[in-house]
Design a protein around this ligand. Structure first.
Ligand code: NAD
Ligand code: UGA
Length: 441
């Protein structure tokens, strides 16, 4: 099938590449000429495991191409996936400027039947707005061209995006047009072989499902973070509690890891947007408001621990920090807890030496000129003379480091583990003073 992605970011590029991998003819459009230039030159604008290989293979096979030419892009696809950003507006609600601009650019050019697929995370009612925007453009041109708008929210996680797209738990399609549904079923059938994972529902429910999923996951994390604070105060170990409750199939083990707060391009913005949707609909989402407030608090938890350990004064202290990205296996720094932690430490007169396996260029871009901050080329480079090591993002290479070397380089054997990667008993045995999240007991 002929597919166009409008927006070639995390979602658009992964969608385009994975659909090309299944034999479709895919053209990825972006307004960012530099991004398209990098992709056309065989490069990769984001760090996403496995993506470069798929992109290269499909470009070589002639099934995947990139463009900034809107005419060509709209002409190309029968299925046009809108995967542009939906950032928070001033009041926290989703800003649909880019989505509606994409819709209008379709309406201005289409000459034959199109299925317009809302892949971006958008509030209930957006498919109607996209439909109306296209209708308006067609009316201005004085032409009638058939089209359908379907909702197909994306559930991939950064760092595992290709795997998630290729082996989805579910494929949600909100559609009320039979022909569009038929095409969507055909497009997704290669991802849907062993078990029918495609769920068809009405458009508004599909749009709502995406926010409900992210809100539920964010809630689990904030709740666990709060339980961790209490566990610590009561001399219980949240890691044992986590295993204890996760074994109940009604609760399950996933997304129960306490840490330094959730970050990334989606949970923070989608929680805010849903709270705002509630306000507009006259439904106060009290739980979700608390989820957000708890997360803001949690991003400060490592700094609070440092303040407690250093008698309320971090002036002149020097800290080593491992892991800057909002999660492992990505170079994405959007809403990364590390940004809050680094800025807070610097504001309190401390200095920081930081290392991340892939996010340092992005961290430099966001924090670069801050006085008192430097970056190291390797994990061990940042340890020398530090008052403590802070683990913020749980990259695999930090799981079993050379603890003797760490001890030898640090000024004192002090570790603040924001992701509970290390065993407190082992750390004590190795001679470290160890602080985790919720690790009393
Ligand atoms: P992104 O910022 O990485 O990419 C969006 C791209 O769209 C950018 O490259 C931008 O230049 C381009 N763009 C903007 N307007 C355009 C236009 N009119 N025509 C063509 N290109 C245009 O964003 P993302 O992370 O891929 O997220 C996109 C959407 O998908 C958001 O709504 C997000 O909530 C949702 N989502 C993201 C993820 C994720 O893991 N990142 C997962 C699921 C859903
Ligand atoms: C999340 C969802 O998991 C995806 O299903 C969804 O498609 C995506 O948002 C989106 O809508 O964009 P992502 O933000 O890429 O994916 O990454 P996650 O693995 O969900 O992690 C988000 C944040 O939560 C990270 O900062 C991570 O460290 C934190 N987290 C996650 C925890 O603190 N504890 C956990 O148990 C899990």
């Amino acid at each position: 099938m002929k597919v166009t992605t409008i927006g070639t970011g995390y979602v658009g590029l992964v969608t385009g590449a994975c659909l090309a991998e299944m034999g479709n003819q895919v053209l990825c459009l972006d307004v960012d000429a530099e991004k398209i230039r990098v992709l056309e030159a065989g490069g990769m604008p984001i760090h996403e495991p496995g993506l470069l290989e798929i992109v290269r293979r499909n470009v070589a096979a002639g099934r995947l191409a990139f463009t900034t030419d809107v005419d060509r892009a709209v002409q190309h696809g029968t299925l046009l996936f809108i995967g542009v950003g939906t950032p928070p507006g001033e009041d926290g609600s989703a800003d649909l400027t880019y989505v509606l601009a994409a819709a209008r650019s379709i309406g201005r050019r289409m000459t034959d039947y199109k299925v317009v697929v809302d892949k971006s995370t958008v509030p209930v009612g957006t498919a109607d707005a996209v439909h109306a925007a296209i209708a308006e453009e067609l009316a201005m041109r004085g032409v009638q061209v058939p089209y359908a708008v379907v909702s197909n929210p994306e559930f991939l996680k950064e760092g595992a995006a290709v795997e998630d797209f290729m082996r989805p738990d579910r494929i949600i399609v909100g559609a009320d047009d039979e022909q569009a549904l038929l095409l969507m079923r055909a497009l997704y059938s290669p991802f849907n072989r062993t078990q029918d994972r495609l769920m068809v529902m009405d458009v508004r429910s599909a749009e709502f499902t995406k926010y409900a999923a992210n809100a539920m996951l964010a809630t689990r994390i904030s709740f666990m973070n709060e339980l961790a604070l209490l566990a610590e105060a009561q001399g219980a170990d949240i890691e044992q509690v986590r295993r204890g409750i996760g074994s109940d199939p009604r609760i399950g083990y996933q997304f129960l890891y306490p840490g330094v707060g959730y970050g990334g391009s989606c949970f923070p913005k989608d929680v805010k947007a849903l709270v705002q949707t509630g306000a507009q609909a006259g439904v106060e989402l009290r739980v979700l408001k608390a989820v957000e407030a708890a997360n803001e608090h949690q991003k400060q938890v490592l700094v609070a621990k440092l303040l407690q350990r250093f008698d309320g004064n971090l002036q002149g202290r020097h800290f080593a920090l491992w892991g800057l990205a909002f999660k492992p296996n990505t170079d994405d720094m959007r809403e990364a807890p590390a940004l809050v932690i680094v800025r807070e430490l610097l504001a309190r007169g401390a200095t920081v030496a930081a290392y991340d396996p892939v996010a340092m260029p992005e961290a430099r871009r966001l924090l670069g000129s801050a006085a008192g901050l430097r970056f190291g080329e390797r994990a061990e480079d940042v340890l020398e003379g530090a008052d403590a090591l802070l683990l913020v993002t749980e990259w695999k290479e930090f799981r079993t480091p050379d603890f003797d070397a760490i001890k030898a380089r640090l000024k004192q054997a002090l570790v603040f583990d924001g992701r509970n990667q290390y065993d407190p008993a082992l750390m004590r045995l190795l001679g470290f003073e160890y602080h985790g999240i919720g690790r009393g007991g």
